[in-house]
Design a protein around this ligand. Structure first.
Ligand code: AMP
Length: 541
């Protein structure tokens, strides 16, 4: 059975598989496009439009559409209500997945079941779990969740096989998000070294600048007309702004005529002007890239060997030029909006190969793909066995009283407290801290409140304000007359699927408390219910 790779993007999604000759190929959607806007439009009860039609409809009726749902994956309590039904981000994503897989199924004439879905390297455990559940709700067998830069690196590797370890800088600028990541590729191993980005920066910001420029040009000539009050005109303007931006990647200058209220204004925009209008946006991405490179250096990567461009926005030539100057190497770009899906398809096939290892010969596409990547069969299998769930982007810890604060012994509730990250950001999953020793704060302490806090910002900090309380348990009935500073051991175990098990024990008495926290995600019955529900939806538009 064919395995598929899916780039479930913030603005666009894409599905690919590896063909008989071992080449990753992208499959077109129902209207022949290679990428599908990740937009769901709720036309009627259980009747939705997905993709281009939904994106267009959303311009006029945004209240009936969900866009950019990826930004809400893994957040608790988020719901979208249409025609009397509430959908979770997982269910909305499942509808997009269903659209992609149904089109692939029709195109190939065979069922789509086994998939690898990609996520940004910055996604936390909750977001990854939510993505996996979206796949399950769509009725798919999710072989794994793979980091987007890893997928891009694999895709690049298929095109330019190299020997020995390489460090790749992946610069990914899509329609709604920006990520920059350093990835190490070494034989049968691909690994994220560090990553950073701006989740709310993307092509849409460039479009907005072009739209404002067009509007400005019009109103300067006709100050008494107010086209912003006309939703149809504004919809057209948004579509034209994006088109103009895209055309200026291949042409140096473009013309448009804007017609409103009986007035017609011809407008010209050239590439240099576009670059000036959006220079600060590009600067922001470059500043973030510098930070990522500096972080990689601190982690022992002296230099990046290659720069790879991913995301539709990197077709803009200014990006290639400025980034090339910054890093001192010419970036590589090859169909940047399809690379992630292609890499995911390769990984899906290798994963299948590894899972079926020992049950007969590897499939022909798998053997050919391995050869294209310059790998032997065993190495390819090993690559497939690699845990794709990468490192923890944000740490987990527990709250501790500051014993240097005099209030710690007299009035602990008012004393300064801070967070000790037992599982710091960057730890590979599954993670087991083993027992970590803390101490009671006062004499005769009757119990201990074990609070679990998750790092809330990109930088790690021990301040409570920079962390988020996500759960707690109580170690009760400690033996009487315990002196202060009695040791208490706390262990955190975090599984790959986001189940955090906390254990606290007072070793002398053996008193202990153990509790589990699911970091994000729906429970099983909710997933089953959502799967039945999503399957009922008519997605033909
Ligand atoms: P992605 O999220 O990777 O699919 O990228 C989508 C973004 O890339 C959108 O903002 C598109 O307008 C933009 N894009 C696509 N093609 C081009 C192009 N030829 N030149 C500039 N931007 C483009």
């Amino acid at each position: 059975m064919t395995a598929f790779g899916i780039d479930l993007g913030t603005t666009n999604s894409c599905i690919a598989c590896v063909d008989e000759s071992g080449r990753p190929v992208v499959l077109p959607n129902a209207i022949g496009e290679l990428t599908t806007p990740s937009v769901v439009y709720f036309d009627q009860r259980e009747k939705v439009w997905i993709g281009r039609a939904a994106k267009d409809a959303a311009l006029l009726a945004p209240d009936l559409a969900v866009q950019l749902v990826k930004r809400q994956m893994g957040l608790e309590g988020v719901g979208f209500t249409f025609h009397g039904t509430t959908y979770t981000p997982e269910s909305i994503s499942a509808l997009v997945l269903k659209e992609l897989t149904s089109a692939a199924q029709r195109h190939l004439g065979e069922p789509v079941r086994d998939v690898v879905i990609t996520v940004p390297a910055s996604f936390g455990v909750a977001e990854r779990t939510a993505t996996l559940l979206a796949g399950e709700i769509a009725g798919l067998n999710v072989l794994d969740i793979l980091d987007e830069p890893n997928a891009a690196a694999l895709s690049y590797r298929e095109r330019a096989p190299v020997q020995g370890p390489r460090h790749l800088l992946v610069y990914d600028l899509g329609g709604g998000t920006f990520d920059t990541t350093v990835v190490r590729v070494d034989g049968d191993h691909v690994e994220v070294i560090c990553t950073g980005g701006e989740p709310d920066l993307g092509g849409a910001d460039w479009d907005a600048r072009v739209r404002d420029f067009l509007l400005d040009t019009f109103t300067r000539q006709h100050p008494r007309l107010d086209p912003t009050a006309d939703p149809h005109f504004m919809k057209e303007l948004s579509i034209r702004a994006e088109q103009l931006k895209e055309e200026l990647s291949t042409m140096t200058s473009r013309h448009r005529s804007l017609a409103f209220g009986g007035a017609v204004v011809p407008v010209e925009l050239n590439r240099r002007q576009l670059e000036e209008l959006t220079a600060d946006l590009l600067d922001r991405t470059l500043a973030r890239t510098e930070k990522t490179i500096a972080e990689a250096r601190r982690k022992g990567v002296p230099d990046v060997d290659e720069v790879i461009l991913v995301g539709g926005m990197t077709r803009m030539s200014a990006i290639m030029e400025r980034l090339g100057k910054l890093v001192g190497k010419a970036p590589r770009r090859h169909e940047p909006d399809l690379a992630v899906a292609r890499g995911a398809a390769m990984f899906a096939l290798l994963k299948q190969m590894e899972q079926g290892a020992g049950q007969g010969r590897a499939s022909r596409p798998a053997v050919r793909l391995a050869a294209r990547m310059g790998l032997g069969e065993k190495q390819a299998e090993k690559l497939g066995s690699q845990r794709a769930t990468a490192v923890l982007p944000r740490g987990f810890g527990t709250k501790v009283l500051d014993i240097n604060d005099p209030l710690a012994t007299t009035n602990p509730a008012l004393a300064r407290a801070y967070v000790v990250h037992l599982i710091p950001a960057g730890t590979a999953l599954p993670a087991d801290t083993g027992p970590v020793t803390f101490h009671t704060a006062i004499d005769n302490q009757p119990g201990i409140e074990v609070e679990v806090w998750e790092q809330a910002s990109e930088e790690s900090s021990e301040e409570l304000a920079d962390n988020k309380l996500i759960g707690r348990g109580k170690l009760r009935d400690l033996p009487p007359k315990l002196p202060k500073h009695t040791p208490v051991e706390i262990t955190f175990f975090l599984s790959e699927t986001g189940l955090l098990t906390v254990n606290a024990v007072e070793p002398a008495s053996g008193r202990q408390v153990r509790f589990d926290l699911q970091i994000g995600g729906l429970d099983r019955s909710a997933v089953d219910l959502a799967r039945t529900f999503v399957a009922r939806h008519d997605t033909s538009s």
